[in-house]
Each structure stands twice: as C-alpha cells, then as structure tokens.
Design a protein around this ligand. Structure first.
Ligand SMILES: Cc1cc2nc3c(=O)[nH]c(=O)nc-3n(C[C@H](O)[C@H](O)[C@H](O)COP(=O)(O)O)c2cc1C
Length: 313
C-alpha cells in the first residue's frame, strides 16, 4: 500500500490529482480538516472537503479534541462520499497542540481512545489514525498500550511517523517503534518518515502493510510512480529534464486554479518554486513564479524557461 502523506498547504485536490495521474494506485489523504469547523459548517473548512472522483479512494483527515464533534464530522464526511476517515494525532504545530489538538492527544490516552471509538461508531467508513511515536519522548510501554487501545476502539489502520512531537521534523525518523507496532497489532500498519527514494521505500517496507510519503513529493510527484513500480518489482523512468516535466507542471497549475481559484493560485506558487531548480537562472525564474497572478502568466514564464533551457544546451 502506497499513501501520499497529508500535508497542510500542499496536498490539496489539485496536487492529489497530479499524484494519481503519475501513480494511480496511491491512496491520498486530505490536508488536516477541523472537526469543529465541519460541525459549525465553516465555509473555508467545507471547501477543504471537495475532491475529484479521480482521487479515490480518498481519506479525509480530521483534527479536533471533542468526541461529539468528531461524530458529526464523520457523518458529514460520509455523506459527502469520501472513502475513509483519518484522525490526526501527529501534528506538532504549536497552535494545534496548544488547543490539545493533533499530537497533543498522545498525552491524553483516554480522550484519544474516546475520540477513536466515537468516530468509529458514528460512521460506516473505515477510520484510521495517524500518529507520532510519542509526544516528549518515546516510551515503549505507553506507545504499545495506546496503539492497542486504538485497535480495540475499532480503528482499521494505523500510520506512524517515526518521530516524537518534540523532534518536530529534526533528526531522523526512527522506524523501530513502527516495526514493533506491527508485532503488537493485527490491523494494517503504515510507516512514515524520511522516505526519499524508491530504494529506501523498498528497504523500509519490510513486513509493514504500507508506506506513506510526504516531503519527497515536493517538486517531484514522479517519485510516487518510481516507488509504485519498485514495490511491484518494476522500474519507472521519471522525466529527467525540466522540459519533459513542464506539461505535468502546467496541468498541476491549471487544476490548482480551476479547483480552488485564488487560494489554489497562492498554494501553487510554493509548488512552482519547488519544480524549478538546477539550471542557470533558475532562481530568477523562481523569484517570478512565487509572485504569479494567473495561469497565463505561469504559461508565459514556462515558455521563457524552455527557451532558456534550449540556449543552455
Ligand atoms: C508542510 C507540511 C504539512 C503537514 N501537514 C500535515 C497534516 O495536515 N496532517 C498530518 O497528519 N501530517 C502533516 N504533516 C506531516 C506529514 O504527513 C508526514 O508525517 C511528515 O512530513 C513525515 O513524512 P516525510 O518524511 O515523508 O515528509 C505535514 C508535513 C509537512 C512538511
């Protein structure tokens, strides 16, 4: 099983559609979406719940701390036709954990279990959890008890990022607790953290049920096709030159603007900067791409990039 990690500000519908184009077997997860926001029908929150049929199976990731809001949110997500629900117990962002959301739930095992159970009981959709290995530190006993309580609550799969909250994104992900979790659970276990190549993906998978890829897809959605092929014992040759990549980059930009208007354009600026690197004048083009105002402008700049690339050959 190959999954695209939920990443706020990046894995919107447009990027998920791009990933599905290059690696169709990928399971995509939305960015974290507030259960409270869904309960109160917040306009912006509801926009995060829109998706395209091509993204299926699509998992909606919820964050919050009130079991009753998760219940309402789960029913709403089900009625909107998503294929699964994931509960965020991994986000380390200060403003998220200060309100006891995200990975702060790891410090409240009873509440975390109640949220898991209530969500499971509120929907027919499969419910999973994405978590870190611990909050301040990794404590094996606490970790095993917690994940077993999730399984007992009816969770259908567990994704584990091999870092503590305290680590943020520093250091390297420790996969030992993930393999240990697999030994203690009968539900599928998905490993996450620092996979940057098809080779590493194959090595990491071992007896796990799946792997989830995050940051390595920035500027390189083709890595999902490489990993997808490698897991099937096949080889995928990704486009090597920027010229070859341009059609998909422009398709990404078109989708971003078509699905999310100005918000999509603003999000796309970050992606554009990650695609354009490794040639003379790349930084000058990046400087322009992070300020673009329309699809036409993006297309124009890429025409100039093509000319610049031809000249440098
Ligand atoms: C910009 C960014 C936003 C993220 N947003 C979320 C999120 O909304 N929900 C979540 O569970 N994890 C989120 N994460 C964590 C990733 O899903 C993943 O666990 C982490 O990046 C480690 O995987 P990687 O080494 O493959 O990137 C985010 C990470 C990044 C870099």
């Amino acid at each position: 099983m190959l999954l695209l990690a939920p990443m706020a500000g990046y894995t919107d519908s447009a990027f998920r559609q791009v990933i599905k184009k290059v690696a169709p077997s990928t399971i995509c997860v939305t960015e974290l979406i507030s259960a409270d926001g869904i309960k109160f029908g917040g306009k912006r929150t509801m926009e995060y719940l829109t998706f395209d049929e091509s993204e299926r199976p699509l998992i909606v990731q919820l964050f919050g701390k009130k079991p009753e809001f998760f219940s309402v949110a789960a029913q709403t997500v089900e009625s909107l036709g998503a294929d699964g629900i994931d509960i965020n117990m991994g986000c380390p962002a200060r403003k998220v954990i200060h309100s006891l959301h995200g990975s702060a739930l790891l410090t409240k095992p009873c509440l975390a279990e109640e949220i898991a159970r209530t969500t499971v009981e509120s929907t027919k959709l499969p419910v999973s959890i994405k978590m870190r290995v611990g909050f301040k530190d990794y404590d094996e006993d606490h970790f095993i008890k917690l994940i077993q309580s999730f399984e007992k609550a009816g969770i259908k799969a567990l994704t584990i990022h091999g870092r503590t909250t305290k680590q943020g994104f520093l250091g390297t992900a420790d996969w030992d607790p993930i393999y240990l979790a697999k030994k203690h659970l009968s539900i599928p276990v998905i490993g996450n953290g620092d996979i940057t190549s098809a080779q590493i993906a194959k090595t990491r998978l071992k007896d796990l049920d799946g792997i989830m890829i995050g940051r390595a897809t920035f500027g390189n959605p083709w890595i999902m096709a490489e990993i997808e092929a490698a897991l099937k014992g096949k080889k995928y040759t990704r486009p090597k030159s920027l010229e070859e990549k341009i059609p998909l980059i422009l398709e990404h930009a078109r989708l971003a603007i078509e699905t999310s208007g100005r918000k999509g354009l603003l999000e796309m600026r970050k992606h554009l900067a990650t695609y354009v690197k490794g040639f003379e004048h790349a930084s000058a083009f990046r400087g322009r791409l992070v300020r673009v105002e329309s699809l036409e402008e993006i297309q124009e700049i890429f025409k100039e990039i093509e000319v610049a690339l031809e000249r440098s050959e």
